[in-house]
Design a protein around this ligand. Structure first.
Ligand code: ZN
Length: 86
């Protein structure tokens, strides 16, 4: 199982590794991997370019990325298996 799936199963260590690598998890709203970190008026936040889902506002880009990665949709093992079949 890769770090993205581990992070979506609420594995904090995997989420941290992805954050340090600059990776954002798929969007909690639409599932697309098109999230970007935006910067507006001193705040950083993750935003999905597909559906506009917005993550928590943070002072630093790293913190915003970590917040995005730790608030991703929480999937059960069986839901994860269904994703693998597609
Ligand atoms: Zn989205």
């Amino acid at each position: 199982m890769d770090d993205i799936k581990l992070a979506m199963l609420r594995n904090k260590e995997a989420a941290k590794r992805l954050t340090e690598a600059g990776v954002l998890l798929p969007c909690p709203g639409c599932g697309e991997s098109s999230a970007k970190i935006c910067y507006v008026c001193g705040d950083h936040f993750g935003m999905c370019k597909t559906c506009g889902w917005t993550g928590p506002f943070r002072n630093a880009e790293y913190e915003a990325r970590l917040a995005w990665n730790t608030r991703a949709p929480i999937l059960s093992e069986s839901e994860m298996e269904m994703l693998d079949e597609h």
